[in-house]
Write a protein that binds this ligand. Structure first.
Ligand code: ATP
Ligand code: MG
Length: 297
């Protein structure tokens, strides 16, 4: 039931033994620091009722441990599909996927996933929803209550802990689902447009908060979380990321993989710099095929 509702938001017992070593997540064990996620010629064809849909073709890329990588691309190019494949929620129909040096054949544990839609349990309060990963993982939810409330405060939802999801706006529900993904402090975050339904100011604030949670301010690269982040906002992708991977229209392929060599920690002022603007333009051009100065396609 839970697995069906959450499509593997957390899978009690699933691969827990394989993905942990002496109680520590393998994401942090030596030998996997350079390439945490490895995709080799990954393809995905959905067997839809009418005709097959080729969503992804020939996706080969890696994400290093501690890296922040964004995926951008047109609607329907397979970004959500790719995140689900990496999480092991859906098997690819071609190629191989490894996380922390192990082939992904089942839903993986020890990740935080933010889905494109919030997927909150409608009969549970917001706090109970945020605490759900603890219950699914067999942890003491009571002990994590303080952490859950802290996260809700960070997301400016402290007054809503005891409300039901239907009493919150779409953006508030999305923030609650972000808190849920962060509850167990997972070393790998897969985030599908987590800020999609938010107003611009909240979005910018949460982007900075996410960088803090990622470990930008105080952690060495190897101790940071690893983030694979989907967004339709190019400035957001540039602001957050070490790399931006641009996908082509369906079937999604990798059109470009651009390194964002902007200084960290990222600041609001950075957005006004020429370097920031140039990177945005470069990604925009890759995405649309437009040349500089063109005003229409
Ligand atoms: N369960 C499914 N069954 C059949 N086809 C699907 C299924 N899920 C996705 N698709 C198809 O696969 C393609 C990629 O979908 P996906 O949701 O991964 O795109 P996306 O890049 O995340 O788009 P968006 O930016 O709009 O969220 C689309 O053409 C979609 O219609
Ligand atoms: Mg999507």
């Amino acid at each position: 039931m839970q697995g069906c509702l959450f499509e593997g938001l957390l899978h009690p017992g699933a691969d827990a033994q394989e993905l942990t070593s002496n109680g520590h997540p393998t994401f942090r064990v030596s030998g996997v620091t350079s390439r945490l996620i490895d995709l080799d010629k990954v393809g995905m064809t959905y067997q839809a009722a009418s005709s097959p849909v080729e969503a992804l073709a020939g996706i080969s890329m890696s994400v290093g441990a501690g890296e922040f990588v964004s995926l951008v691309g047109p609607s329907g190019c397979g970004k959500s599909t790719l995140l689900r494949i990496v999480a092991g929620l859906r098997p690819a129909t071609a190629g191989t996927i490894s996380v922390a040096g192990r082939r992904v054949t089942k839903p993986i544990d020890d990740i935080g996933m933010v889905f494109q839609a919030p997927i909150l349990l409608k009969w549970r309060t917001i706090l109970e929803n945020v605490l759900l990963p603890a219950e699914l993982a067999g942890k003491d939810a009571g002990a994590l209550r303080g952490r859950a409330l802290e996260l809700l405060e960070m997301a400016e939802l402290h007054g809503f802990a005891d409300k039901l999801p239907r009493e919150l706006s779409g953006g508030m529900q999305q923030r609650a689902s972000l808190c849920r993904a962060l509850l167990l402090d997972p070393p790998l975050l897969l985030m599908d447009e987590p800020f999609g339904a938010l107003d611009a100011m909240t979005r910018d604030d949460l982007a900075l908060e996410l960088l803090r949670i990622w470990g930008e301010l105080d952690l060495a690269r190897e101790a940071r979380k690893t983030v694979l982040f989907v967004t339709h906002s190019l400035p957001e992708a540039v602001f957050l990321s070490d790399r931006v991977v641009v996908m082509s229209p369906r079937p999604g392929r990798i059109a470009a993989d651009l390194r964002i060599d902007l200084p960290r920690p990222r600041t609001v002022e950075l957005r006004a710099t020429e370097a920031f603007g140039r990177l945005n333009l470069e990604i925009f051009r890759t995405l649309t095929g437009r040349t500089v100065g063109a005003t229409s396609s």
